[in-house]
Design a protein around this ligand. Structure first.
Ligand SMILES: [Zn+2]
Length: 265
């Protein structure tokens, strides 16, 4: 029996997930979604997200460790306390670079496992780096799914997904998650570097080579991820300032009207 009818995704969370998915076209990325479920368990509202580091980078391997689930739960509880809303982990997302948006058998099995613990748990997939055949334009596809068991097999059911206005209370949380992205990628590069160089001693050329590879990788992150992100945030800041000014003017106008009517003491 399917009771879930709609998933509402905050526009800010959508931006963060998409940025994360576009961060690498070599491997799948993943994260957890935080939000609330209505009393009838028919609508899930996603208000924040958490980026997960992948320990296993094999394709189509999207396992979330128990430690990650526990820290996500603590993160959600913290947000719930701050906002006074019943927030919890309500789903997970991952990317499909260069492949179709539909969940694989592994995805359906993973999803089914989560649904056993929480029947309203949802899965989001961001298919990125796709090329639209006729126009050759870059395309992104998103699906929201749950697993269903039929007598012979396991299949997917699509849940309608709408992108909604973000909640102001969680705005800074979404931005904090976003700016973690380059940090996480830097950490991964540094970790790979120490793994590769650990135990090797004295070989000057190898050392120089590994240093150079790391420098190129970090430069790539700064150029392809950090810089565009900063530009977007600077624009967003400008937009917010303009909007703030407009609202101030409007406030002044309304106060003037009140005064004219003699309603202001
Ligand atoms: Zn997948």
């Amino acid at each position: 029996m399917q009771s879930l009818q709609l998933v509402q995704l905050s526009a800010d969370v959508f931006t963060v997930c998409l940025q994360h998915a576009l961060a690498t076209e070599r491997e799948e990325i993943m994260g957890l979604l935080i939000g609330e479920v209505d009393d009838e368990s028919t609508v899930v509202s996603i208000a924040a997200s958490l980026i997960l580091r992948r320990s296993d980078k094999k394709p189509d391997r999207v396992e979330i460790s128990e430690e990650q689930l526990v820290s996500a739960t603590i993160f959600a509880e913290d947000l719930a306390y701050k906002t006074g809303k019943p927030l919890r982990v309500v789903g997970w997302y991952h990317s499909h670079p260069h492949i179709t948006v539909w969940p694989s058998h592994v995805d359906l099995d993973t999803q089914a496992m989560y649904q056993q613990m929480d029947s309203s748990f949802v899965g989001l997939i961001f298919a990125v780096f796709l090329t639209e055949q006729s126009t050759k334009a870059h395309e992104v596809q998103v699906t929201c799914f749950q697993s269903v068991e039929t007598s012979s097999s396991r299949s997917r059911i699509e849940i309608p997904l709408v992108i909604v206005q973000p909640q102001n209370a969680l705005l800074s949380t979404c931005f904090e998650t976003l700016i973690q992205l380059p940090k996480i990628f830097d950490e991964e590069e540094n970790e790979t570097f120490s793994k590769e160089t650990g135990g090797i001693e004295g070989d000057f050329l190898t050392e120089q080579h590994n240093e150079a590879v790391r420098t190129i990788a970090l430069g790539h992150i700064a150029e392809k991820m950090t810089r565009p992100m900063m530009e977007v945030l600077a624009e967003r800041n400008q937009y917010s300032k303009t909007r703030l000014q407009m609202l101030r003017n409007y406030h002044k106008f309304l106060m003037g009207k009140l005064e004219e009517c003699g309603l202001l003491l």
